[in-house]
Write a protein that binds this ligand. Structure first.
Ligand code: PEP
Ligand code: MN
Length: 376
């Protein structure tokens, strides 16, 4: 309640105030933190600003607010010259829930899938749920290969209204039955608010697709469900728009949000989308949320997906969303970008090596027991 009031008061100042996040040295002891706080308060006051909210000792950070236009170079230098202050970030727009990387990276764990906190996990499966038998065979192979979650669309956002639109609710049932049999978590897209109850009943993680990243009504409804959400970046959305979409979810109630870079519209038909790997470190500098990469939609070309998985792992991805099909060429949708099971099974161990070289790990479920977690 108090928090809400605090946000309300900050919001009422929107347009006039300039929020700023100050990062202190992580090694500061409590007494040093108090000293820095005192000095920051005093300096802010002389510039007509203030320290807002509760300074966060755990993450050695504090939020300041100044009148718009006050953020001058001599103020910035003054703050940076205080012993114990490390850096600051001025935010263009207020992101009260997701704009705080120094809150400590969020780790989202769903069943055996871990995203963030030094772990990355693979969500794999077909573009669309097609039938029970092939999905079960595929899912067993995916689990064996090291995936922790099963993806597959039951509601498909297709460019043509005449293209396969997904199996709908029966598809959700197939997906959740297969996931239960294999011990994989379910990730599937919610397209329409009217289907949210059904999607929520079957999915561990609700996916919001690229086309719906700016569907604010849907974001608000999904946020209220307070379930883990995988939010895909709009195909022509800026990072700021992407973070604001996450902010909609968080403001409505979501805490466990996974951001997913999935490639941007561009001019060269060589690939379907241009995968923006720079988004990973840039997002991590602006939010505490895990950042995943979808190299399948991100390129649309199966042959380059393994290389993009390696590159995403090196760039800091906390997870991968990959399209895999038992018979890629027969996939009803997105056949050109689906990996075969063999290619996926070969790519995941090498991706794990890249992660390890970068000081992180691939989380995978123990094949012999779906409830035991083991780390590759
Ligand atoms: C998908 O992942 O099934 C999908 C439709 O992707 P996007 O929303 O990124 O196009
Ligand atoms: Mn697809």
């Amino acid at each position: 309640m108090i928090f809400r009031l605090f946000l309300g008061s900050l919001r009422s100042k929107e347009g006039q105030s300039q929020p700023m996040h100050l990062l202190l040295q992580p090694s500061l002891a409590p007494a040093q933190f108090e000293r820095v706080l005192g000095e920051v308060r005093a300096l802010s006051l002389t510039w007509g600003g203030e320290v807002v909210g509760t300074p966060d000792y755990r993450n050695r950070s504090m939020q300041l607010s100044f009148r718009k236009g006050v953020m001058r170079e001599d103020l910035r230098q003054g703050l940076l010259s205080i012993e114990g202050v490390e850096a600051f970030q001025a935010t263009k727009e207020p992101l009260f829930h997701v704009g705080d990387p120094c809150r400590g990276a969020l780790t989202v764990q769903v069943e055996d899938a871990i995203f963030g906190g030094g772990f990355a996990s693979a969500i794999a499966g077909p573009c669309s749920v097609e039938d029970h038998e092939t999905l079960l065979t595929l899912a067993k192979g995916l689990k064996q290969a090291g995936a922790t979650a099963l993806r597959g669309g039951a509601f498909k956002p297709r460019t043509s209204p005449y293209a396969f639109q997904g199996l709908g609710r029966p598809g959700l049932e197939i997906l959740s039955d297969v996931a239960r049999q294999t011990g994989l978590a379910v990730v599937t897209e919610a397209l329409d608010p009217k289907d949210l109850d059904a999607v929520g009943e079957h999915a561990h993680i609700l996916q919001i697709g690229s086309r719906n990243m700016m569907n604010y009504a849907l974001l608000k409804e999904v946020g209220q469900m307070q379930r883990p959400v995988l939010l895909k970046r709009g195909m022509s959305a800026t990072l700021s728009e992407f973070l604001n979409a996450a902010e909609y979810l968080a403001d409505a109630g979501s805490e466990q949000i996974l951001l997913c870079e999935r490639g941007l519209r561009h001019f060269d038909p060589a690939v379907r989308n241009l995968l923006d790997l720079s988004a990973i470190p840039l997002l991590k500098a602006r939010t505490h949320l895990p950042v995943l990469v979808d190299p399948s939609h991100g390129t649309g070309v199966a042959s380059v997906v393994p290389a993009m998985m390696h590159a995403a792992a090196a760039a800091g991805a906390d997870g991968f969303l990959v399209e895999v099909h038992l018979h890629p060429e027969q996939s009803i949708s997105d056949a050109g970008q689906a990996l075969s099971l063999d290619t996926f099974a070969q790519t995941l161990p090498t991706t794990a090596l890249v992660l390890e070289a970068c000081g992180r790990r691939l989380s995978r479920s123990n094949v012999s027991s779906s409830s035991n977690l083991s780390i590759l």
